[in-house]
Design a protein around this ligand. Structure first.
Ligand SMILES: *Cc1c(COP(=O)(O)O)cnc(C)c1O
Length: 238
């Protein structure tokens, strides 16, 4: 096995272990939590390594990079997740590649995806991104903007809303992250009670390398992990 593959396999095993420990520690079944490997910091050798190590759910934050990497990996070995902002002019090219869009951050974007999905006869699974921390630089629905939008979202029949996504505040450490994740879960519970029937809010995509254990303790069903998987690689191995 190449050095790159060894390093990535070891990192992945360690992350999965920590996920399982966090889950068991709060009485959850580890198999209820999916890992999306965010490959935005690395190029094909490291992406191949993470696939070889057994991870089939890959995430990218930039659409162009997602297209490029997906095209370079033959066959349908992997599922692609878009976790970053999607500009409306990139929807048409992105839809054929993605299993789940985590980052639907406005009604305008939701409608545009719905429209394009209808044209190609698909229903696209999506999550609604919520700006839970209130960071100016972050995308996402404001928490109190979501409920008034649910009816409108329920009328879009070519997107399938599956849940919510958020990032914790950049500053404040694990305690702040945990509070942010708890807020997302509480918001989800509140929305689930009033959402139209075709909107499902089962999934909570939250938790990254520095805070995924906190996220799991607060109910994450999907964690999005990048740097922890690729630590220890030299620049030319990424
Ligand atoms: C980069 C990124 C991640 C992964 O971040 P790490 O801290 O490297 O694990 C997760 N989610 C989104 C939306 C990202 O942009």
């Amino acid at each position: 096995m190449s050095v790159v593959r060894q390093i990535v396999a070891r990192n992945l095993a360690r992350v999965r272990e920590r996920m399982a420990e966090a889950a068991l520690g709060c009485g959850r079944d580890p198999s209820d939590i999916a890992l999306v490997a965010v490959v935005k910091y690395v190029d094909l050798p490291a992406v191949e390594a993470v696939i070889a190590a057994g991870c089939r759910e890959l995430g990218e934050s930039r659409p162009q990079q997602l297209w490029r990497k997906a095209d370079a990996l033959p066959g349908d070995r992997v599922h692609w997740h878009l976790v970053g902002h999607l500009q409306r002019n990139k929807i048409a090219q992105t839809l054929p590649y993605v299993t789940l869009i985590h980052s639907v951050d406005s009604i305008r974007l939701a409608k545009a995806i719905d429209e394009r999905a209808a044209e190609i006869g698909r229903t696209v699974p999506v999550l609604l991104e919520v700006n839970i921390s209130g960071d100016e630089a972050k995308h996402g629905f404001a928490p109190d903007e979501l409920e008034p939008r649910l009816a409108e979202l329920g009328e879009l029949h070519h997107i399938a809303v599956r849940g919510l996504m958020a990032m914790a505040a950049l500053v404040g450490g694990p305690q702040r992250a945990r509070r942010d994740f708890a807020m997302l879960r509480e918001l989800r519970d509140k929305m689930a009670a009033v959402a139209p029937q075709n909107i499902r809010l089962d999934d909570l995509s939250m938790g990254m390398s520095s805070d995924f254990e906190e996220a799991i303790r607060e109910g994450a069903t999907i964690v999005r992990i990048g740097s922890a998987l690729f630590a220890g690689l030299e620049n030319d191995e990424r």
